[in-house]
Each structure stands twice: as C-alpha cells, then as structure tokens.
Design a protein around this ligand. Structure first.
Ligand code: DGL
Length: 278
C-alpha cells in the first residue's frame, strides 16, 4: 500500500447535523466502525433546520461541507434528516468525496421491514413536507403506503433533556395517535432526536410496530462505502489520538454536556467555529 493511500484511509469521516441530534448517528458510527476518526459539526447557532426553507438549509449545508473539507475529511455523512432531504442531491453534485445521508438507508430498512405495506414516518416539517421517505420507499416498492407526520415539538423536548417525562409522553401521544389509527406496522424515526425517545414512542405504538432508526443502517452503509472505495481505516485507533473532534457554531459548553450524556466515550472538548466564514 502506498503512503498516500494509507494517509487517506487514516483521514477522518466528517459528520454534520443542525445541532446535537446527529450525535445519535455519530454514536452508531463509533460503535460499528471503531477505527474511524470523526470530525463532527453541529450547527447549534442556526438550529432548527426543520422549519427552514430548502434554500436556506442547502446554503447552510454547503458551508458546513466546505468547513469539513478544510478539515481534510475523506467522506461526509449528512446526519440530519432535514439536510439529507433538502440538500444531499445538490451536495453530491458539488464534491468529489463520498457523501451519504440518513434518509435513503432508513427508507431501505423500513421497506424491508413492513409486512402490511403501511409505513409511518415522523420527522420535522421540512422532512415530512419534502415526501423524501415516500419517494425512496416507492422506488423500492411502489405498492407501499407511506404516511408522514411532522412532530416539531419533540426536538426541543429532547434538547431540554426531557427524555422520560410526562410532558414528552403527552405530546408524543398527540402526534402518534393519528398513526395508530392508520394501522401502520413500521415507523421510521425520521429525525435525529427521536432515537433518544425511542422507548416513549415504542410504548405508545405498541409491540406490533417495528421502529426504524436510520442511524443504524447509515453507519452500516458508510462502512460498506468506505470499504468499496478503499477508504476503510485498517489501523486500530485509540481514543487519545484526536480520534473524535467536535465543532459547533455556538454554545460549545452546552453541546459538550449533551454530548457527554449520550456518547459513552465522552468528549474532550467542542470548539466554536464561525461557519459563516466558509
Ligand atoms: N436534525 C434535524 C433532523 O434530523 C432535527 C432538528 C432540526 O430541526 O434541526 O431533521
């Protein structure tokens, strides 16, 4: 193997989200491909993306991709459903390193999981109004019925740390009741924050509904993609070697606390970046 190739394989994977939610995806990458370095960017100054327009989300995503490329990443994971829905197609055309979103992998797993052909998707307004999950699912099987439900209040509840709280139960119940009546057998957690309230959603939907967390399949597909491109890092990596680096556009301390609570690895520090410079 040439030195250049080895250097490329050892380069980090860039992962970005509108804020903290993408850490659920980063966590899965850390678990499934532990030899990969990660540079994570959370756009905490401009979150939420879920209520913003396609143009705005695409502009923000472009800036973040430029920042990650400046960190010499070898591949990028768009760990945000809204950015995957709105910006991924554009970004794919603009860069020459592999880039992967969370929507396609989630859609694939859900299409495989459903038995009665009725899939529910919960996500932000942007993700649901884009009908992106339905588009991908119907490319796999056009007879599947996909029912979307925007659940915008669940994001701030998770960010407030109300993961197991009667208020979250109540709000989730109001959103999900509609889907229970429609007899879905599969539900996609189509927003980065929702895996953190998986047990609440599961309790409301009952055992007969399979919950799909796109993060799992995204990490699996990333591994396959890196392997196929000859980019999978073969060398063992210990935590000390600057393995996981975190950047945000605001509120580094708050981010650090949240990240520490959900990543078993903990994080050393998060740095603030002026993303408008990119
Ligand atoms: N990360 C976003 C998503 O997965 C949720 C938070 C937001 O609205 O920015 O769609």
């Amino acid at each position: 193997m040439t030195g250049d190739r080895e250097q490329l394989m050892a380069a980090p994977v860039g992962v970005f989200d509108s804020g903290v939610g993408g850490l659920t995806v980063a966590r899965e990458i850390m678990r499934q491909i532990p030899n990969e370095k990660i540079v994570y960017f959370g756009d905490t100054a401009r979150v939420p993306y879920g209520s913003k327009s396609r143009d705005t989300v695409t502009r923000y995503s472009r800036q973040i991709v430029r920042f990650l490329q400046a960190q010499k990443v070898k591949a990028i994971v768009v760990a945000c459903n809204t950015a995957s829905a709105y910006a991924l197609d554009e970004l794919e055309k603009e860069i020459d390193i592999p880039i992967l979103g969370v929507v396609k992998p989630g859609a694939k797993v859900a299409a495989e999981a459903t038995k009665n052909g009725k899939i529910g998707v919960i996500g932000t307004e942007g993700t649901i109004n884009s009908h992106i999950y339905a588009t991908y699912i119907r490319q796999i099987n056009e007879s599947i019925n996909v029912i979307g439900k925007a659940c915008p209040l669940l994001v701030p509840l998770v960010e407030e740390g109300l993961l197991k709280d009667p208020v979250t139960d109540e709000i989730a119940m109001r959103y999900l009741n509609e889907l229970i009546d429609l007899d879905i057998d599969t539900l996609i957690l189509g927003c980065t924050h929702y895996p953190l309230i998986r047990s609440t959603v599961g309790k409301i939907m009952g055992d007969k509904v399979t919950l799909v967390n796109p993060a799992y399949e995204t990490a699996r597909e990333l591994k396959e993609l890196l392997f196929a491109e000859g980019l999978l890092n073969q060398k063992e990596m210990s935590l000390g070697e600057n393995k996981y680096r975190f950047f945000v556009s605001d509120g580094a301390e708050k981010f650090q606390q949240f990240a520490t609570s959900i990543l078993k690895y903990g994080i050393l520090s998060a740095k603030t970046v002026n993303i408008e410079d990119y």
